[in-house]
Design a protein around this ligand. Structure first.
Ligand SMILES: Cc1cc2nc3c(=O)[nH]c(=O)nc-3n(C[C@H](O)[C@H](O)[C@H](O)COP(=O)(O)OP(=O)(O)OC[C@H]3O[C@@H](n4cnc5c(N)ncnc54)[C@H](O)[C@@H]3O)c2cc1C
Length: 389
């Protein structure tokens, strides 16, 4: 075919999942031809809490990018509250709060420095054939990585329009007040759980602030309006909605009990793969972990001349990496739909530092529901039942 460019790997979307897929492929084999396509120019903003869990940096270190936020202030303190139930404390490892405008652009720079070619291009058609995939009739790729976010066209092509549970959240930036300084503050609301307001100190005088909640399923009610989201934020963390600006809303495709990836040369990563923690709304760790893994699998499949084997290999790798954890977070998110269980979890974490650490691991990384967390929950529930009202 004339005018068609040949690439080993084409990555659709250059958010954290896409840039790390490029990095994963090029670290595995620097001689690969990797094309990174995004409909936006970088730097670009993305609605997010900007919370970079330490697990993100662990995985980035595997592709030489563990230092990407070294010049931002680490944040050690976490407060979790639901009404009067409250726990605060120092996490075992810090998070970083880095605007996505900065974080994503830095990862793209790393991918380009590793040899990826970045182009601004909105992908609209993908046609798999015996040799791989034809992208918009213009690029031929052995393997395509779909990293095109929560409204992924790659996902739609592979899995149809089936939709996982989704949340909706709004984010802004507000000046840090003494009450919010040096902390990650999370305050649960009383609407569809998970529903919570947050304020994360960036360390530069501004806090990332926002509020999100679970969306009603199809035909089960209306999505909350922007006004309602901001009112909830103001109610839970007074002052920040009035002081904030740069508001931006976005959907979060929450992960379920079982994660799927079809066979073939099209791979899904990050939000496009429906991977956002259903307890906390964290998705960057999953995005970089699945991005790097997909890049490596794509590289191996191209090198062995069997691009169609990439899908199965990516599926097995992600299930090994996250399969059990996803079942545990799904279970935890179901339990957290009950406000009593949210309170019980907070009280168990307030009594026991190990339980606090376990909740942090479950919410930010790849932790599990441990027997100690389960018995702490039970103990909290029993105490609250026996307490006079
Ligand atoms: C309000 C809010 C708060 C959040 N807070 C946190 C948090 O604090 N910590 C955390 O870990 N996670 C958080 N998340 C989740 C996190 O933002 C996502 O999980 C993360 O952005 C996923 O990265 P990604 O690379 O998969 O997708 P994205 O970052 O969405 O990147 C997708 C890219 O694909 C491009 N694209 C889309 N369609 C096409 C196309 N057809 N052709 C070419 N390019 C295309 C887009 O321009 C975009 O650059 C939050 C989400 C929201 C909405």
């Amino acid at each position: 075919m004339t005018g068609v460019e040949d690439w080993d790997v084409v990555v659709v979307g250059a958010g954290p999942a896409g840039s790390t897929a490029a990095l994963g492929a090029l670290t595995a084999d620097p001689s690969l031809r990797v094309l990174l396509l995004d409909r936006a120019d970088f730097p670009r903003d993305k609605s997010c809490g900007d919370g970079i869990a330490p697990h993100v940096l662990d995985v980035l270190a595997e592709v030489g990018a563990g230092d990407v936020v070294d010049d931002w202030t680490p944040l050690w303190e976490l407060e979790l509250a639901h009404g009067p139930a409250r726990v605060g404390g120092r996490m075992r490892r810090p998070v970083h709060v880095v605007p996505r405008e900065v974080f994503d652009a830095r990862l793209v720079e790393r991918a380009v420095a590793a040899g990826a070619e970045l182009r601004r291009h909105r992908v609209s058609t993908l046609v798999p054939d015996a040799a791989g995939v034809l992208v918009d009739g213009t690029y031929r790729a052995g393997v395509v990585v779909g990293a095109d976010g929560d409204r992924s066209m790659v996902r739609e092509l592979l899995l149809g329009s089936r939709r996982e549970p989704r949340a909706l959240a709004i984010r802004g930036y507000a000046p840090v007040t003494p009450e919010l300084a040096g902390r990650q503050v999370i305050r649960y609301g009383d609407r569809r759980q998970p529903s919570y307001a947050w304020a994360f100190d960036r360390g530069d005088g501004l806090a990332n602030v926002g509020y999100g909640e679970l969306l009603p399923g199809m035909q089960k009610g209306r999505a909350p309006s922007r006004r309602l989201l901001l009112d909830q934020l103001e109610r839970l963390i007074p002052g920040v909605a009035a002081a904030g600006d740069r508001w931006r809303g976005h959907h979060l495709p929450l992960s379920g009990w079982r994660w799927d990836q079809p066979d073939g040369p099209l791979l899904l990563v990050g939000d496009a793969a429906g991977l956002v923690n259903p307890m906390t709304g964290e998705g960057i760790y999953y995005a970089v972990a699945t991005g790097i893994s997909a890049g490596r699998r794509a590289a191996a499949a191209v090198r062995s001349g069997r691009p169609h084997g990439a899908g199965a290999s990516h599926r097995h790798a992600v299930r090994r990496l996250l399969g059990t954890h996803l079942k545990h977070t799904w279970t935890a998110s179901r339990l957290a739909r009950s406000p009593r269980l949210v309170d019980a979890g907070i009280r168990a974490a307030a009594r026991d530092r190990t339980t606090f650490d376990t909740l942090v691991e479950l919410g930010l990384g790849d932790g599990r529901i441990t027997p100690r967390l389960a018995s702490g929950l039970l103990a909290s529930l029993t105490t609250s039942r026996s307490r006079p009202t």
